[in-house]
Write a new protein. Structure first.
Length: 160
C-alpha cells in the first residue's frame, strides 16, 4: 500500500511500507513537488506491492499533496479560461468539440458549476487570496440595525 508524506521545503514522498524480521520499514518510491502522471507511473513501477498510479494519486490527495490535473482536464480548463476571456475556437473546431463531448453530458451545468469554471485552473494560493479578500470584505459590512422590541397594547382579559 502506497502512502504519501510531507517533507521539508514543500517536498513530498510517495512511500510504501513492508515488514522485515527486524520490524516494519518503508522505502521511498518517488519524491516530488507536484504529483504528475510521470511521477505516479514511476512510483508505481518501483512499488513491490503493485501500487497503481491511481492508488498513488489517491494517496497524494489524501495527504493533501498537490496533484497535477490530467492532460484532458488541463486542456479543458485552459479552453474554459480562454472562453471566459472571449477567445472562442473557430466554428469548425467548436462543432467538432461539441460533437465529441455531446454523448458525455448528462445534464446541463448548474449555476454553481458555471461560476466555479472560472476557478478551475487557479492555484490554491490564488483561491486562498480570493477567500481572504472576501472575508475582509465581510468584516467591513455594516452590522444590521438592532430593532427594539415592538410593543403591543396590553390585552385586558377578564371573566368570560
Amino acid at each position: 500500500m502506497a502512502f504519501v508524506v510531507a517533507r521539508p521545503h514543500g517536498r513530498w514522498e510517495a512511500r510504501e511500507s513492508f515488514t522485515t524480521a527486524s520490524g516494519p520499514r518503508s522505502r521511498t518510491l518517488a519524491s516530488f513537488d507536484v504529483l504528475t502522471e510521470e511521477v505516479a507511473a514511476h512510483a508505481s513501477a518501483r512499488s513491490s506491492r503493485g501500487a497503481t498510479p491511481a492508488e498513488v494519486r489517491a494517496a497524494a490527495r489524501k495527504a493533501g499533496a498537490p496533484v497535477a490535473p490530467h492532460a484532458a482536464d488541463r486542456a479543458a480548463s485552459d479552453l474554459l479560461d480562454a472562453i471566459a476571456r472571449g477567445d472562442l475556437p473557430r466554428p469548425a473546431l467548436r462543432r467538432v468539440l461539441v460533437d465529441a463531448l455531446a454523448g458525455e453530458v448528462v445534464a446541463p451545468p448548474t449555476d454553481s458549476e458555471l461560476a466555479a469554471a472560472a476557478w478551475v485552473d487557479r492555484t490554491p494560493r490564488e483561491r486562498a487570496d480570493a477567500l481572504h479578500d472576501l472575508l475582509l470584505l465581510a468584516d467591513h459590512l455594516p452590522e444590521p440595525r438592532r430593532r427594539t422590541a415592538r410593543r403591543f397594547p396590553r390585552l385586558a382579559s377578564g371573566p368570560a
